[in-house]
Ligand binder design. Structure first.
Ligand code: ASP
Length: 354
């Protein structure tokens, strides 16, 4: 028996209705794509000669059809770059879009696909500028999408699983990679190739993803998101901050260049507990005294604080110490700090609170 025209229409309407109910039942998660190795492509089955930021959001999502079990996923391509080229302009665009989307009631959370090279900087920037306690998760991969055993699809699945979980609310911006959940307050890329490259070297990871569910083990006690005093909405640029490294025989060359280039702040990736050659220290003290340039001492060492009150007299020099914030995240915090103050005591307070 052939179904008549009316039956076909009724079946189509029923399918459409069921589809809508299904979509409404599931939380809405936006995936904002920025590029990176997770969107990388190679002509080989390994990583040789691959190009980061080559594959678009649609192709990324198509590799993980299981996402539709977790959420009504909507993708947006923000940029498609290797994260070595990440910059302030993209950060401001991302912060604005994330804040806008999280303001909508229907948005449960946001996942941002990102290269791993500068993921710790973007995660920390958003941690301090997103004005919502809904989950914001950054995710990347160490192997391009075309590689054997690519880690991207599993990482994206886990990131969306975290984004839809009520357990993820109010935890600040997080990174989900290699079944681990890491906090933006202490994030560091620790290995050039390993899929387990991300660590929280001082505070420890926030939790794990197990069987598609987040299991949290610690909470950040640092100020973030809704408790942050920084607000970049409406800004079209950030104050310029440069990083200079100390090492044996380091001269003031790069301090002088940063000053000449118009930096408003300088972070020192110092030796040991944020120490530097006397020549560099003198140049930085003069930059602060004579030009009001903010100076923050941090360290090349991955673990342990750059503490005040040891070998360097920060109060006498007008410097601030970064405590547990590494040089790259210190640069982010100092840029935001300089949108509000140039007083080194206030900047020191911020490095203790964030
Ligand atoms: N260079 C790449 C990037 O950061 C590396 C990666 O994603 O793992 O975009």
């Amino acid at each position: 028996m052939k179904p008549d025209f009316r039956t076909i229409i009724l079946i189509l309407l029923a399918v459409l209705f069921a589809g809508q109910v299904y979509a409404q039942d599931r939380p809405t998660v936006y995936i904002l794509a920025t590029g990176g190795t997770i969107a990388g492509e190679s002509q080989t089955a390994v990583t040789a000669g691959y190009k980061a930021g080559a594959v678009g959001i649609d192709q990324l999502l198509a590799a993980v059809p299981q996402l539709s079990d977790l959420a009504d996923v909507r993708g947006e391509q923000v940029v498609n770059i290797g994260s070595q080229d990440m910059n302030d302009a993209v950060w401001l665009t991302l912060a604005a879009r994330v804040n806008e989307l999280l303001d909508e009631d229907e948005t449960a959370g946001i996942v941002i696909t990102h290269g791993t090279d500068t993921m710790e900087e973007t995660a920390y920037f958003l941690n301090l500028t997103v004005k919502s306690s809904k989950p914001v998760i950054l995710v990347g991969s160490m192997r391009p999408s075309t590689a054997i055993s690519a880690d991207g699809p599993r990482n994206i699945y886990n990131a969306v699983a975290c984004a839809v979980s009520p357990l993820s609310t109010g935890r600040g911006v997080m990174v989900v990679m290699n079944d681990r959940i890491l906090g933006a307050d202490d994030l560091a890329k620790t290995h050039t190739l390993d899929v387990g490259t991300f660590q929280d070297p001082n505070y420890g990871q926030l939790g794990i993803v197990y069987d598609g569910k987040p299991i949290y083990a610690r909470e950040s006690v640092k100020r973030h998101t809704v408790h942050s005093e920084f607000d970049v909405r409406g800004l079209d640029r950030l104050p310029r901050v440069e990083i200079v490294v100390s090492y044996s025989n380091a001269t003031p060359l790069f301090v002088d260049s940063a000053v000449e280039a118009g930096a408003r702040g300088i972070v020192v990736a110092g030796v040991g507990n944020g120490n530097m050659t006397t020549a560099m220290q003198d140049a930085l003290a003069a930059a602060h005294r004579e030009m009001g340039i903010a100076v923050v001492r941090s360290s090349r060492i991955m673990q342990g604080p750059t503490a005040q009150w040891d070998e360097v007299d920060d109060d006498a020099l007008g410097f601030a110490a970064s405590w547990y914030i590494n040089p790259y995240r210190s640069r982010v915090l100092l840029m935001l700090a300089l949108t509000r103050t140039t007083d080194y005591r206030e900047i020191q307070r911020m490095f203790q609170e964030y």
